[in-house]
Design a protein around this ligand. Structure first.
Ligand code: ADP
Length: 374
């Protein structure tokens, strides 16, 4: 796996259980996955030679993130390295403009969008779809960075200056009047077998996902079906391999696609404890072209709450109180240093009373963050 973040780390448990040797190309010796993986050479994933040497020792190469440059992927391809997902599929997670173009070609439901290099183009788009509009840098955004809501074209002047400097246009989108955000998580193997987990609701705070409700409560069956079909259609059309996520807006016009992540995803962390097969085990099965496991939910609801960096550097002392207070709680920490707002872990709780699960999960996350002390 290229990249030693928490997604790679969470593959380590299932890999050990299945007796699969997981190697990680880590950013640093103390990267999240390097701390739990015996074979974790440190190297720069943008350096072709470093990545080639790492890949030469692997039967299959997969990714913890989407940032490996296209030229590195092409070099691996020329070497005959087996990669899942394939570089063509990764493009759609690296470049939001390429993603919008492809989804539109496929006739899949998206927000209305346009490409712009000037304020006057933004003005005419905004006048057409209504203000405010949402501007996005096609590459390099995450957790809401690279996304700006604009009331007028003037508010994008600095972004257009930068865009023209880089020679890269901006993606403009109508501001979708969504009622909530949904995600559908799919696994697809190179042989073409696919499996979909139940559609979930993702709750965002300040552009960061803080909570996931699985399945999305009170979701109209036709919306759930349509969202799942969108995911399966994409899996086949883009020949995606491994686990991937489609983020959607739930609207009166039906689900609209926001973006794609070509890897296991935060919206699937609930599945580690809440589904027969968790996303990390499934990702390994998919990229190794093994038969996929059942994605069925084990309980009526599972709630995942993200733990963000807060007051405490060392979270272990919180365990005694949390575990005594709620023996059903499942805590997952990533071994990452604590920085305010950084995702450093999550908790899962399964059961049948959604409101109660949400209250207990958010209490646990708050306690780990030092927001509450009892
Ligand atoms: P990132 O790649 O940084 O996660 P996203 O494209 O997912 O960025 O956008 C971050 C958040 O901004 C979304 O979760 C959503 O809340 C909001 N957003 C993005 N696009 C739109 C849109 N077209 N209309 C309304 N809100 C949007």
């Amino acid at each position: 796996m290229i990249g030693g973040g928490q997604l790679a780390r969470m593959c380590a448990g299932p890999a050990a259980e299945l007796g699969i040797t997981l190697a990680v190309l880590a950013e640093a010796p103390d990267a999240s996955a390097a701390l739990v993986t015996p074979f974790a050479p440190v190297g720069d994933y943008t350096d072709v030679e470093v990545v080639r040497e790492f890949a030469a020792a692997c039967d299959v190469v997969t990714f913890d993130h989407e940032h490996v440059p296209a030229e590195v992927l092409e070099a691996l391809d020329r070497d005959g390295v087996v990669m899942h997902p394939r570089p063509e599929a990764l493009t759609y997670a690296q470049d939001k403009l390429a993603m919008r173009r492809r989804l539109t070609e496929l006739g899949l439901p998206c927000p209305r969008w346009a490409v712009a290099t000037t304020e006057s183009q933004a003005r005419s788009f905004g006048d057409q779809v209504g203000w405010p509009i949402v501007a996005k840098t096609p590459r390099g955004g995450y957790d809401g960075k690279g996304v700006r809501m604009a009331q007028s074209a003037d508010e994008l002047a600095d972004w257009f200056d930068l865009a023209r400097e880089k020679g890269e246009p901006l993606l403009l989108e109508e501001r979708v009047p969504f009622t909530r955000e949904l995600a559908v998580l799919i696994a697809r193997s190179p042989s073409g077998q696919a499996a979909a987990w139940p559609v979930v609701e993702t709750v965002q705070t300040d552009g960061i996902c803080t909570e996931v409700l699985a399945p999305a409560p009170d979701l109209a069956p036709e919306t759930a079906e349509l969202a799942t079909l969108i995911g399966l259609e994409l899996a086949g059309a883009l020949q995606i391999t491994g686990v991937f996520a489609v983020e959607l807006f739930d609207t009166a016009r039906g689900p609209l696609i926001n973006e794609l992540a070509m890897r296991p995803h935060n919206s699937g962390h609930w599945s580690m404890d809440g589904a027969v097969t968790g996303q990390f085990e499934q990702h390994l099965r998919a990229v190794l072209d093994l038969p996929l496991g059942s994605p069925r939910a084990r309980a009526p609801f599972t709630v995942m709450a993200n733990v963000l960096g807060g007051e405490y550097e060392d979270l272990y002392p919180a365990y005694r109180h949390l575990m005594a207070r709620d023996p059903e709680l499942k805590v997952h920490l990533y071994g990452k240093s604590v920085r305010p707002g950084r995702k450093i872990g999550h908790v899962n709780l399964s059961g049948d009373d959604l409101a109660d699960l949400r209250e207990r999960a958010s209490h646990a996350a708050d306690y780990l963050q030092g927001v509450v002390t009892e």
